[in-house]
Design a protein around this ligand. Sequence first.
Ligand code: ADP
Ligand code: MG
Length: 279
Amino acid sequence: MTTSTTVASQAEDTDAPALDLRGIDRRFDTARGVFTALRGVDITAQRGEFVSVVGPSGCGKSTLLALIAGLAKPQSGSVSVLGQQVSGVRKDVGLIFQKDALLPWRTALQNVMLPLRFRGVPRKEAEERATAWLERVGLGAFASSYPHQLSGGMRKRVAIAATLVYEPAVLLLDEPFSALDVQSRNLMENDLLDLWSVNRPTVLFITHDLEEAVGLSDRVLVMSAGPGKVIGDYAIPLERPRDLLEIRFDPAFVDLHHEIWEQLRGEVQRSRAAMPAPA
Ligand code: ADP
Ligand code: MG
């Protein structure tokens, strides 16, 4: 993966969609030749929309996120964020991965302050804003704890606070909760929706879990087995606020889940069939 550390200018076209990907191809040079991970991907997300992307393992979901985050470039096609062509990492895009990126030698509070300090926020203001976000994620009492003193779910909360604290206009999440047990996961999903409703950033949420995608989103995109492309786009008109602990019993949820699964199942089977047999 090519990494760019350029920080793009922040002037933006306020009428443009928050995310606009057109005709994306992404290939990798490998020892066995050129490998096509994404072919002809088109995605648009409006401001404030919560969009999930589901697809079988290896279909190119993380590759897609890296292109939007400005961590890599496509071989063809264009990627725009807030009306601007992506040419590097932007300060107004937040990223949350499965593995949290907390610094082990800094306390929870210091971890949440760090992105603000990077953005030139004075120490006192950074501390106030970070403290407020730690309280918002329910960790006010753990400000001076180090990551190793916190549970997996608590570390995830610190990572979310450390991203939302700088109020990104676009939030990209790559299977953020997949390492958590089911109950902690549903609670985190509820908290994410509460936190999202504060500033309503545009969200692109990557997951292989269809239940999670339907529960959280305004729209669910289905990707094909590799080379990945978007083959389904489903509106999720379920009322908000939603409770992820209960929503799976709602008949409207069950119908949507069933309809999307009809399409996703085929891709999961195709992707499994394409897996090389063990040596
Ligand atoms: P997903 O996140 O959907 O599970 P990825 O985006 O991680 O899938 O990967 C898509 C495909 O691209 C996989 O087959 C993976 O092996 C391949 N791939 C990803 N990154 C690279 C790379 N740097 N070099 C070669 N192949 C890669
Ligand atoms: Mg992935």
